[in-house]
Ligand binder design. Structure first.
Ligand code: NAD
Length: 358
């Protein structure tokens, strides 16, 4: 079979750190294993435009592997070209770069390495909440630049204790964030999700479910976004939703950039209605040089890396290969049910919207 992997370029970092498995140079550690079984393995970072290496290889690709960090956008047009495609693997979590309705129509199975980096992301989300409310970035910048003006930093620095923190989506990442927030003794922990947590889990972290999105928005001092990106969540945080949030509230988004409307956010942050925004996900990746989130005030943005720590890479590389996704596929065994997003012309995951389940 022909297997194509689209991964980010590793450069010097790949030579320094062999554990950087998710890059082009280190190939998810799959080459020897795949070639020893007679498969052809093409690895590239060249993914954009009709003349990209990805597009040139699509017509006879059987399996496409990609990561959310450097996503190979599998559009309806690309599905038309990929006549032999049977399996699209997300090495990581979040398959929104794949047009799932086209996958259904073309009978392509979509699987991901569920859970492989959820701790990595939950830790980053908690860190980002603290970075924003403690006003850490300008404080550190002041020191690097030789300054010392406590008042300039302290005028926007707060404690997490006694604040209301809410998560949109209380799945694997959202719940782990709640677990990690519990010891901070927040005033309230809230969640908004059409899937209700088991009562014992709600009790474990002391979280309350809010059924109305507007009610949820109006209560939170800090919102962390942890749902997948799909038609219903695209632009969920638009001008209207942002205006319903408390003045001076913060947003941390490590889910997907396009859940937040690009221009509406810039306006809300510039006006001070939103006090700060942090995350590592962008509406297109790599983010263009002139993306306004790079330079808007009070941002704690980074490149998309929270789910690709060295620990996470070890887990998602393993999840892609042996005894898991590819091995199951080659041997004709079923995938782990939690890894399956689309199969047999149906969306199999419960996380991509209530109606999709039907
Ligand atoms: P999960 O499937 O365990 O949980 C997602 C939750 O979101 C589910 O409980 C689902 O019911 C809920 N949800 C779906 N639509 C919703 C809506 N409209 N409103 C409220 N809740 C909704 O997934 P997870 O492992 O927690 O990952 C969540 C997302 O985080 C992924 O889909 C991915 O986009 C993103 N992610 C980012 C990184 C990163 O590196 N930044 C890494 C992993 C995952």
């Amino acid at each position: 079979m022909k297997i194509v992997a689209v991964l980010y370029p590793g450069g010097d970092a790949a030579k320094e750190q062999p554990g950087l498995l998710g890059c082009v140079e280190n190939e998810l550690g799959l080459r020897q294993w795949l070639e020893s079984q007679g498969h052809t393995y093409i690895v590239t970072h060249d993914k954009d435009g009709q003349d990209s290496e990805l597009d040139r290889n699509l017509p006879d690709t059987d399996i496409l592997i990609s990561t959310p960090f450097h996503p190979a956008y599998l559009t309806p047009e690309r599905f038309q070209k990929a006549k032999k495609l049977k399996l699209a693997v997300t090495s990581g979590v979040g398959s929104d770069h794949i047009h799932l309705d086209s996958a259904r129509e073309h009978g392509v199975t979509v699987v991901e390495c569920t859970g492989s980096n959820v701790v990595s992301v939950a830790e980053t989300a908690v860190m980002s909440i603290l970075v924003l409310i403690k006003n850490y970035i300008p404080a550190h910048q002041q020191i690097v630049e030789g300054g010392w003006k406590v008042s300039e930093i302290a005028k926007r620095a707060y404690d997490l204790e006694d604040k209301v923190v809410g998560t949109v989506g209380a799945g694997r990442i959202g719940f782990r964030i709640l677990q990690r927030l519990k010891p901070f003794q927040c005033k309230k922990l809230l969640y908004f999700d059409y899937q209700q947590l088991a009562p014992e889990l709600e009790k474990e972290v002391g979280v309350e479910r809010v059924e109305s999105f507007e009610d949820f928005l109006s209560q939170c001092d800090i919102i962390t976004i942890n749902c997948p990106l799909y038609d219903t969540t695209k632009g969920l945080f638009d001008e209207k939703a942002l205006s319903k949030m408390k003045k001076g509230a913060y947003i941390v988004n490590t889910a997907r950039g396009a859940i937040v409307d690009r221009e509406a956010l810039v306006k809300a942050v510039n006006s001070g209605h939103i006090a700060g925004y942090a995350g590592d996900v962008w509406d297109v990746q790599p983010a263009p040089q002139d993306h306004p989130w790079r330079t808007m005030p009070n941002n704690g943005m980074t490149p998309h890396y929270s789910g690709t720590t060295l620990d996470a890479q070890r887990r998602y590389a393993q999840g892609t290969k042996a005894s898991e996704i590819l091995e199951a596929f080659f041997q004709g065994n079923p995938f782990k049910p939690q890894d399956v997003i689309v199969h047999g012309g149906k969306v199999a995951s419960a996380s991509y919207g209530e109606k999709k389940l039907a």
